[in-house]
Ligand binder design. Structure first.
Ligand code: ATP
Length: 363
C-alpha cells in the first residue's frame, strides 16, 4: 500500500502516551519507546490495566495517542485512520458473522475491497489451509469448536495479507488444554507466514511459550524488553521478577544478613535446594537456615514456605521426583538448610513498585 524503508523495524513507538481522563487521571500509557523487528512474534505482557490493549489499539489506529509517534515499517502513521495502516487485528471475541459459512466469513473483507471472485476463492482457500481448516468451508460458526472459531478469526485476518497482525488475548476464551495447543499452533502459523505478530496477554506462561521477544508492562510503562529466557533468567526489576514466574524478593536486613550487602535481590523458588541443617555448603553456593512453616502439595511439585532463623519467609518449590511426596505434609516445623548456586541470585535495580512476590525483609 505504502512504500517503506528497507530494514526499518515493523513497528517503532516513540514517546507514546495516552491519557483518557483529565490531567489528574494517571496515564493509561505513560511514555513508551519500543522497536519490533519485521517478522518477530512479540508479546505485550502485563497485569490487567497496565496499558497493553491501549498500546495495541494505538498501533491499530483505533485510539489516538495523547503524545508521541507511531511508525510502521519506517513510515509515520500516527495520524492515519485504521484502514490506511497495513495492520489487522484479531480480538478475543472472534466477532464472526453467525449466518455466514466459514468461507463467507473469511472472504468478507476481500469482498468489501472488491477483490475479483477467482482471486478471492484462492486466497480464502490459502488462508484456511494456513490455519488448518481445510474442509470446513461450508460450516457455520455454531458448528465449530472454540478453537476452530478462533482459527476462522485468524484466517479472516490473514486473508488480507497484512504485514503486521495485532492479537488481543485471542485465546482468552478457550479452556487451558485447548489454549496450550493453540499457542503451539499460532507460533507455527506465524513462522510459516512470516508476518509480524504483536500479541497482548496477561498470561506469563503464554508469553514465554510463544514470543521471540516480549515487553513487560507495569502501570503504563515498559519495565523490561527481552527474549523469554532473558526476562525470566535476568529480570531487572522486582516487578518483573515477581510477575514473570515467581520470586523471593530479599531486601533490607535479610539482604544484609544473607548476601552481606544491602540492596534488592531475588531467588526463584525452584532454584533453592531444601536439605538437612548439617549439609555442606559449596564455595559457589549461598545458604540460610530456617524451619518449614507450610507445605503445599501441588501434584508435580511441592511448595514449602520456610520461616528463616534471621526472620522473614522464603518460598521453595521442589519437583516431586521421589514418592511419597505427600508425606512432606508431616515435615512442618522441621529445621532445614536452604542452599542455592550464587549464580542464581538475581540482583535487581531499585524499583518503587510493590512486587507480587514473597518478601523477606528481616526481623
Ligand atoms: P487488560 O489485560 O485488563 O485488558 P490492559 O493492560 O490491556 O488490561 P488497558 O486496557 O490498556 O490495560 O487499560 C489501561 C488503563 O486505561 C486502565 O486503567 C483502564 O481503565 C484505562 N482505560 C482503557 N480504556 C479506557 C477508555 N476508553 N476510557 C477510559 N479509561 C480507559
Amino acid at each position: 500500500m505504502h512504500t517503506s524503508s528497507r530494514g526499518a523495524p515493523a513497528i517503532r513507538l516513540a514517546g507514546l502516551t495516552k491519557r483518557f481522563g483529565g490531567g489528574g487521571d494517571p496515564a493509561a500509557v505513560a511514555g513508551i519507546d519500543l522497536e519490533i523487528a519485521d517478522g518477530e512474534f512479540f508479546s505485550l505482557l502485563g497485569p490487567s490495566g497496565s496499558g497493553k490493549t491501549t498500546t495495541l489499539r494505538m498501533i491499530a489506529g483505533f485510539e489516538r495517542p495523547t503524545t508521541g509517534h507511531i511508525y510502521l515499517h519506517g513510515e509515520e502513521v500516527t495520524d492515519r485512520p485504521p484502514f490506511d495502516r497495513d495492520v489487522n487485528t484479531v480480538f478475543q471475541d472472534y466477532a464472526l458473522f453467525p449466518h455466514m459459512t466459514v468461507s463467507e466469513n473469511v472472504a468478507y473483507g476481500l469482498e468489501v475491497r472488491k477483490v475479483a471472485t477467482a482471486e478471492r476463492a484462492t486466497r480464502v482457500k490459502d488462508a484456511l489451509r494456513m490455519v488448518r481448516l481445510e474442509g470446513y468451508d461450508a460450516r457455520r460458526p455454531a458448528q465449530l469448536s472454540g478453537g476452530q472459531r478462533q482459527r476462522v478469526a485468524l484466517a479472516r485476518a490473514l486473508v488480507n495479507r497484512p504485514r503486521v497482525l495485532l492479537l488481543d488475548e485471542p485465546l482468552g476464551a478457550l479452556d487451558l488444554k485447548l489454549r496450550e495447543e493453540m499457542q503451539i499452533e499460532l507460533k507455527a502459523i506465524q513462522g510459516e507466514v512470516g508476518i509480524t505478530f504483536i500479541y497482548v496477554t496477561h498470561d506469563q506462561q503464554e508469553a514465554l511459550t510463544m514470543s521471540d521477544r516480549l515487553a513487560v508492562f507495569n502501570q503504563g510503562r515498559i519495565e523490561q524488553v527481552g527474549t523469554p529466557a532473558e526476562v525470566y533468567e535476568h529480570p531487572t526489576t522486582a516487578f518483573v521478577a515477581g510477575f514473570v514466574g515467581s520470586s523471593n524478593l530479599i531486601v533490607g536486613e535479610a539482604a544484609q544478613a544473607i548476601f552481606g550487602a544491602p540492596g534488592r535481590f531475588a531467588i526463584r523458588p525452584e532454584k533453592i535446594r531444601l536439605g538437612e541443617p548439617s549439609d555442606r555448603v559449596g564455595p559457589d553456593e549461598g545458604s540460610v537456615l530456617g524451619k518449614i512453616r507450610t507445605v503445599v502439595y501441588l501434584g508435580a511439585d511441592t511448595r514449602y514456605i520456610i520461616r528463616l532463623d534471621i526472620g522473614g519467609d522464603l518460598t521453595v518449590t521442589q519437583q516431586n521426583l521421589r514418592p511419597p511426596s505427600v508425606d512432606a505434609q508431616t515435615a512442618e516445623g522441621r529445621s532445614v538448610r536452604l542452599t542455592w548456586m550464587r549464580a542464581h541470585v538475581l540482583t535487581l535495580a531499585d524499583d518503587p513498585q510493590v512486587a507480587p512476590a514473597d518478601t523477606a525483609e528481616g526481623p
